[in-house]
Write a protein that binds this ligand. Structure first.
Ligand code: ADP
Ligand code: ASP
Ligand code: MG
Length: 477
């Protein structure tokens, strides 16, 4: 039998209609003889709202915080009521969950201190609730669904808000808690994103982490494939919200997909790929609103593509830090000292560029920046500036192509480029610009590089015909 992990993102479980579509998709897999394990995100926007409720409580706004929880309670109750005929037990469990959430928020409003551990506990309600509703609804539609609390399976360390999973423990728990259900023909339904440390305290895997849960379970159980069901047709040549004529990429390599995810293509969580790569499990990205579309297949090796790039990612809300020190120039250990400072602040660096006297680095804009700059200031002169964006072009076939940089920078010749990087991974070329220029840059690059895309790799049939020019219309008449 073939085990398939199916992950449905926030928009794919956002309301009764979406959950009904997800049920039909899972039922289709069961009918085709597959054994699904289902992972779901919180209903769309719920994670943000829970974080807002937590922040409000921590600032002493008890009423505001409880009002957010109360709206969430109604949304979950209404969804359960609409989907499940005999909903009393489900509604009861939703109410119990919200009663305990309210209690935590009241406590927080009294203590006025939000720790990462409490934040994880509060935010975990999103996936705990959505998975219960989805499991109950699936059972109603004759899918043999069984709810499993993901915190009993996804074992992590104790880095709250970005916990690191412990593969060996997850493998053991999956064998104990999931495998027997699957063997009995049941469909386990779990929340993504959440886990617990060895002491059983709730943790989370970082924003967007439900994809990661799916890959961890797929890896632990040796799944035949992992399906990421979302709200777009697959991995596209750029974010379709930025570039409406983006095309679906039919097949992409693990390496390329990881690079895109890391550099901001929100469609996949950056770490998703790793557990799947290790076990060579294909990952599919599919559209729950258009299940007939074959989506994107992520495989260990991508076939040759005649277009240089597969996709263009953009990562916004970045800051650039310039460290200038003529004294320390070429001093042995200088870069190490700089990176040690970032390490101490647990701040990942995206891009680095060095010159004779200066080092420029880019990082996610965050509240630690002033403290990092102060520490760097002990070594050298430091300047930092926010509202930057990183544009990243990804493709296996950049390697060894002459004139690629010239073509890229010609396409955006009207835009001021602050930093450039190429060669680190051979499959990406990236550069930093002002955030306000980012969308325009993506559209210009897309127009330049996806004029004549390789039909073996890109879904060119879905391309809308360009409007005829007035000259063509005259010629045709
Ligand atoms: P989910 O809730 O299903 O996890 P996400 O919102 O996390 O969905 O990711 C899907 C979104 O990612 C899409 O709606 C799209 O706007 C965005 N996105 C960014 N870059 C890309 C890309 N290259 N291909 C497809 N989608 C992308
Ligand atoms: N609900 C979580 C988030 O919004 C995890 C996910 O959806 O992947 O970040
Ligand atoms: Mg996501």
């Amino acid at each position: 039998m073939s085990l398939v992990v199916m992950k449905f993102g926030g928009t794919s479980v956002e309301d009764p209609a979406a959950i009904t579509r997800a049920a039909a998709i899972v039922a289709g897999r069961v009918a085709a003889g597959k054994q699904p394990v289902v992972v779901v995100s919180a209903m769309s926007k719920v994670t943000d709202q829970l974080l807002r409720a937590a922040a409000a409580a921590a600032q002493g706004d008890r009423t505001g915080s409880l009002a957010i929880a109360s709206r969430l309670r109604s949304r979950h109750r209404d969804t359960a009521f609409a989907l499940v005929k005999d909903s009393a037990a489900l509604i009861n469990s939703i109410d119990e969950n919200f009663d305990s959430l309210d209690e935590i928020l009241r406590g927080l409003a009294a203590i006025l201190e939000l720790t990462p551990r409490i934040s994880d506990l509060i935010v975990s309600y999103g996936e705990r609730l959505s998975s219960r509703i989805v499991a109950a609804m699936f059972a109603e539609r004759s899918i043999a669904a069984t709810h499993v609390d993901a915190r009993q399976v996804i074992v992590t360390d104790s880095q709250f808000q970005k916990a690191i999973p412990i593969d060996s423990a997850i493998e053991k728990r999956a064998a104990e808690k999931l495998r027997p259900l699957v063997s009995q023909g049941k469909v386990p339904v779990l929340g993504g994103f959440i886990g617990s440390n060895e002491a059983g305290i709730t943790t989370t895997l970082g924003r967007g982490g439900s994809d990661f849960t799916a890959a961890l379970i797929g890896g632990a159980m040796g799944a035949e494939s992992i399906e990421i069901w979302t709200d777009v047709d697959g991995i596209m040549t750029s974010d379709p919200r930025v570039c409406p004529d983006a095309l679906r990429v039919k097949v992409i390599s693990f390496e390329e997909a990881a690079e895109l995810a890391y550099f901001g293509a929100k469609v996949l969580h950056p770490a998703t790929i790793l557990p799947a790569v290790k076990k060579n499990i294909p990952v599919m990205v599919l559209n729950s609103r258009n299940p007939a579309c074959e989506g994107t297949r992520i495989t260990s090796l991508a076939p040759h593509c005649s277009s240089p790039f597969k996709s263009i990612a953009v990562k916004k809300k970045l800051s650039i830090i310039d460290v200038v020190a003529s004294r320390m120039l070429m001093t042995h250990g200088y870069l190490k000292e700089i990176f040690d400072i970032f390490d101490r602040h647990k701040c990942p660096v995206d891009m680095v560029s060095t010159s004779e006297v200066s080092v420029s680095l880019t990082v996610d804009s965050n509240e630690k920046l002033p403290a990092i700059a102060a520490d760097l200031g002990r070594l050298a002169d430091v300047k930092y500036e926010g509202r930057k964006a990183l544009i990243c072009l990804v493709g296996e076939d950049i390697r060894g192509q002459n004139g690629m940089a010239a073509q890229v920078f010609t396409a955006i010749r009207h835009i001021n480029v602050r930093m450039i990087s190429q060669g680190a991974s051979e499959i990406n070329m990236s550069f930093m610009i002002d955030e306000e220029d980012a969308d325009e840059a993506v559209r210009s690059l897309h127009a330049a590089f996806f004029k004549d895309p390789d039909p073996a790799i890109f879904d060119v049939e879905a391309r809308k015909p360009l409007p005829a020019t007035s000259e063509q219309l005259t010629a045709n008449s």
